[in-house]
Design a protein around this ligand. Structure first.
Ligand code: NAP
Length: 288
């Protein structure tokens, strides 16, 4: 069985590593804050002191950190992946990052005899917990086929969208859609509450008709229960919308609705809610 390295044991990483351990993989982990990896170490994961050390001990290296700058750091810093022995290995970035960084990593890897995939995911913290994530992949088909079995351990579906960067482009498109469903659910809640309706009944009814969507199914219950914990951090959604808007601008497209969604989330972060879950957008209107 291939030896797996996993860098970034946050909300998503912890659940994914847990699935890999349960499946019997030998997993080495590294995270900036070691305490977040400790439950996994107790469950059988090994700890590495740096991305470099982790790379030397692994056949496949996963990264799932926060921002593109974090991806850049774990790959290119002195103690980074690329200063380890990467020859013949597969490097898979699950972080939502930029298409250009995915292409740069792929180029560097090629020079060093390694293969890469950009493989951002969708499905949220619950998707990671249940092992039912959707994976959007960019890279070579041969590499994809080589690691399908391990990606299957924590996903319900995966699709190769094209060369390096295509996974990140697909994720950007996904986040453009989610910008719409998150602002939609927020304004639905504000309206229904002001109209004196039962929020639970309203979301159930809407989910039975044409308004049905993942955000409403998964986040309406959290809003109704006053649960604003992440889930998916506001600060990360702002990062994702920034990536989508930058890429759109580069391609000469204007996305006014996505731009407005980002403005609202920026406002939410400025109000101090950057570390809440994205369902906390309702707080711009009501602060219970
Ligand atoms: P998170 O809880 O912040 O996890 C990120 C982890 O990466 C943290 O534990 C962090 O360490 C670690 N990290 C960051 N920079 C690092 C570095 N330079 N070296 C080592 N470790 C580093 O975030 P998350 O919710 O798991 O999300 C991770 C990524 O997946 C993000 O790009 C996010 O946009 C994407 N994503 C999230 C969801 C979701 O619903 N949560 C869904 C799809 C995609 P510290 O503990 O020190 O902060």
């Amino acid at each position: 069985m291939k030896k797996v390295g996993f860098i970034g044991t946050g909300v998503m990483g912890v659940s994914i590593v847990r699935h890999l351990l349960k499946k019997g993989y030998s997993v080495t982990v590294y995270n900036r804050t070691k305490s977040k990896a400790e439950p996994l170490i107790e469950e059988g994961a090994r700890w590495a002191e740096s991305p470099l050390e982790l790379t030397n001990q692994s056949d496949i290296v996963f990264t799932m950190v926060g921002y593109p700058k974090d991806v850049e750091e774990v790959y290119y810093s002195e103690q980074g992946i690329f200063n380890g022995n990467v020859e013949g290995k597969v490097l898979i970035d699950l972080t939502t990052s930029t298409p250009s960084l995915a292409m740069k990593i792929s180029e560097t890897a090629k020079e060093k005899g390694a293969a890469t995939l950009d493989a951002p995911v969708s499905g949220g913290d619950l998707g990671a917990e249940k092992g039912t994530l959707t994976i959007m992949v960019g890279g070579e088909e041969e590499t994809f086929n080589q690691v399908k079995d391990i990606l299957e351990v924590f996903s319900a579906s995966m699709t190769l969208h094209g060369p390096s960067g295509s996974g990140q482009h697909t994720k950007a498109a996904n986040q453009i859609m989610v910008a719409g469903t998150m602002t939609g659910i927020t304004e639905l809640m504000i309206y229904a509450k002001r109209a004196g309706l039962d929020l639970e009944k309203v979301s159930e009814t809407v989910n039975g008709g044409a308004g049905r969507n993942w955000s409403l199914e998964n986040y309406a219950p959290r809003i109704i229960n006053d649960d604003y914990s992440p889930g998916f951090f506001v600060k990360h959604f702002i990062k994702d919308l920034g990536i989508a808007l930058d890429e759109a601008e580069r391609m000469g497209i204007d996305l006014p609705a996505t731009r407005r969604a980002k403005e609202l989330y920026d406002q939410l972060k400025d109000a101090g809610y950057g570390n809440d879950g994205t369902q906390s957008l309702v707080k711009l209107w009501w602060n219970k």
